[in-house]
Design a protein around this ligand. Structure first.
Ligand code: SF4
Length: 336
């Protein structure tokens, strides 16, 4: 599929069910019917940046800020492991308190107390820091580039550098991480042409994980009121990304479910193969609002994991029992 074909599908394809079915077939052939559960732990909502689309942006005065203590983070990870999860995703704003030494300690403690695979989603770092975190035992790093359109990027991420963002993704790879990235679909001013370029970039970057979510306008950000329902558009992008990147692990984003009760199921039928049950303690969950309408605000970690398992069962799929490491890199190691 080349760029013009992608644009044609995103713009004009009248039979979107066909593209969803095709993506689902490719997912089945390459990754089987197993769905990976990755526990999402939002350990700090403090952020030094001011991304226009994000509810956690530094200048949003309405956020009740929190930061979990290291022993709380560890306890959440142990709980996730006891619930049968194989992976945890440690996500936060860019919070300077969690410097590299603290993160190294934390990762070592999690690795000693559990056998969890650890994904970090904590933003931009210096090159050497990615190496230190990998050395400490973290397995994967996830950071969305959000859009490959440099003008849109600098408009909506005014205190980030487009070039540095991609440098960071390269450094993660050099440090030995399994690397994930992705985009937001439906940002005001985002063209279909630029989305097609985003999808081509997923392939060029040889991503191990790809996260695609619909833009949902947060009322306390500069993009308040610019909302439309971007679910179908995000599902289409997910499906095309699956066709182009058959081996990547792709979550059914909970933001999809914020737009429709069946959002995650729809994503799992359009190429996704991962669910990320939220294992953040309930008392903090409502304060980590990247977008409004977040699901499962009052469910305990046990309940979010159970509801993910129920969804898997309802869909006739199976919960993966392995770690869900990068298939692409496994094939590379085996010379496939
Ligand atoms: S998107 Fe990330 S870096 Fe930007 S304001 Fe939100 S939490 Fe901070």
């Amino acid at each position: 599929m080349n760029k013009s074909e992608i644009i044609e599908i995103l713009l004009n394809d009248p039979d979107e069910d066909k593209i969803f079915r095709e993506a689902d077939d490719i997912r089945r052939k390459n990754l089987g019917d197993e769905i990976h559960l990755r526990g999402l732990l939002e350990f700090s909502n403090i952020c030094a940046r001011n991304c226009f689309y994000c509810g956690l942006r530094k200048d949003n005065p309405f956020v009740k800020r929190y930061r979990l203590k290291e022993d709380e983070i560890l306890a959440c990870c142990v709980q996730g492991w006891q619930l049968g999860l194989k992976s945890v995703v440690l996500q936060s704003g860019e919070d300077g308190y969690f410097n590299i030494s603290r993160m190294e300690n934390l990762i070592s403690q999690i690795k000693s107390a559990t056998k969890l695979a650890v994904t970090l989603s904590t933003g931009e770092l210096a090159r050497a820091d990615y190496f230190r975190l990998k050395e400490a035992g973290a397995d994967r790093f996830f950071m969305r580039f959000e859009t490959s359109d440099p003008l849109l990027f600098s408009k909506y991420k005014p205190d980030s550098s487009y070039i540095r963002r991609f440098d960071c993704l390269r450094w993660m790879r050099e440090a030995g991480f399994q690397v994930g990235s992705g985009i937001m679909v439906g940002l005001p001013g985002q063209s279909v042409k630029s989305i097609a370029r985003d999808i081509m970039l997923f392939k060029e970057l040889e991503l191990d994980m790809i996260g695609i979510g619909p833009f949902i306008a947060h009322p306390d950000t500069p993009l308040a009121g610019s909302n439309k329902n971007n679910l179908k558009a995000a599902l289409k992008v997910l499906a095309v990304a699956r066709i182009l990147c058959p081996k990547a692990h792709m979550p059914a984003a909970s933001a999809m479910e914020a737009l429709s009760e069946q959002g995650r199921e729809m994503a799992l039928r359009a190429g996704a193969n991962v669910i990320m049950p939220n294992i953040t303690p309930e008392k903090y969950r409502g304060d980590y609002l990247l977008y409004p309408g977040k699901i499962a605000l009052s469910q305990s970690p046990l309940e979010t994991v159970q509801s993910a398992r129920e969804l898997i069962k309802k869909m006739g799929r199976k919960e993966a029992q392995d770690y869900g490491h990068s298939l692409r890199r496994q094939n590379e190691r085996e010379g496939a």
